[in-house]
Write a protein that binds this ligand. Structure first.
Ligand SMILES: [Mg+2]
Length: 214
């Protein structure tokens, strides 16, 4: 960490893989959608999964549609995604340290969300922790893009703070480290599995709290 911690105004968090596990999303993409697809087209679950993964891959995570559940429900003729998502609310699981870290950091910093997940997802993913955040930015819903340098610059303008006054943390090296760091945000790559071999990466959110409060 360079600079004094009192220069920092905002702590920005990615959501999936950072404050909440990917269980909820996995349940939607790889359980509910294949299940409904199988029922709709009279297929076995495994065959439905195989076809759906192929469809997902044909779009890929650099395109906005990939993130839009209703897009897929419409494409596969499965009805309304919002009702289906509500039924999976109990699959939203926070990491063990999440609540305590947010509670602690919220005393000294303005906490914000910078997620690539669309707002219909964030409504579920943030339900129990939303009160800690003063701002929630969805790159896909609010700015029609994945988390690019341009997204982070716009976020800074909306927050009325300089990039170097923002700390961002997230588990995607490109979207949460390379892109925000390129505009001057103090970015931290969260590598919960420790597989990257990156000495500067953090393993859990408690390490960020220690860095900021230490
Ligand atoms: Mg993430």
């Amino acid at each position: 960490m360079t600079g004094r911690k009192d220069d920092i105004k905002v702590i920005s968090f990615d959501v999936e893989g950072t404050i909440v596990t990917t269980d909820f999303s996995a349940a939607i993409w790889f359980e509910m959608i294949p299940q409904r697809y199988a029922e709709r087209y009279g297929l076995e679950f495994d065959e439905a999964t195989r076809r759906i993964r192929k469809e997902y891959d044909s779009v890929g995570d650099q395109r906005l549609e990939w993130y839009d559940v209703q897009y897929w429900f419409t494409r596969f003729d499965l009805g309304r995604a919002d009702i289906a998502m509500e039924a999976l609310q109990d699959r939203v699981i926070y990491y063990p340290e999440t609540r305590e870290v947010l509670h602690t950091l919220a005393k000294d910093y303005h906490l914000s969300v910078a997620s690539g997940s669309p707002r219909p997802f964030l409504r579920h993913l943030l339900r129990d922790v939303e009160h800690h955040f003063r701002n929630v930015f969805s790159s896909t819903t609010d700015f029609q893009q994945v988390k690019t340098a341009d997204f982070y610059q716009r976020m800074c303008r909306r927050l009325s703070v300089k990039p170097r006054q923002i700390v961002h943390i997230g588990d995607n090296r490109q979207f949460d480290f390379t892109e925000p760091a390129s505009v001057g945000i103090r970015a931290f790559y969260l590598d919960r599995e420790g597989k990257s071999g990156d000495a500067a990466s953090l393993r859990h959110l408690g390490q960020l709290a220690d860095l900021l409060n230490g």
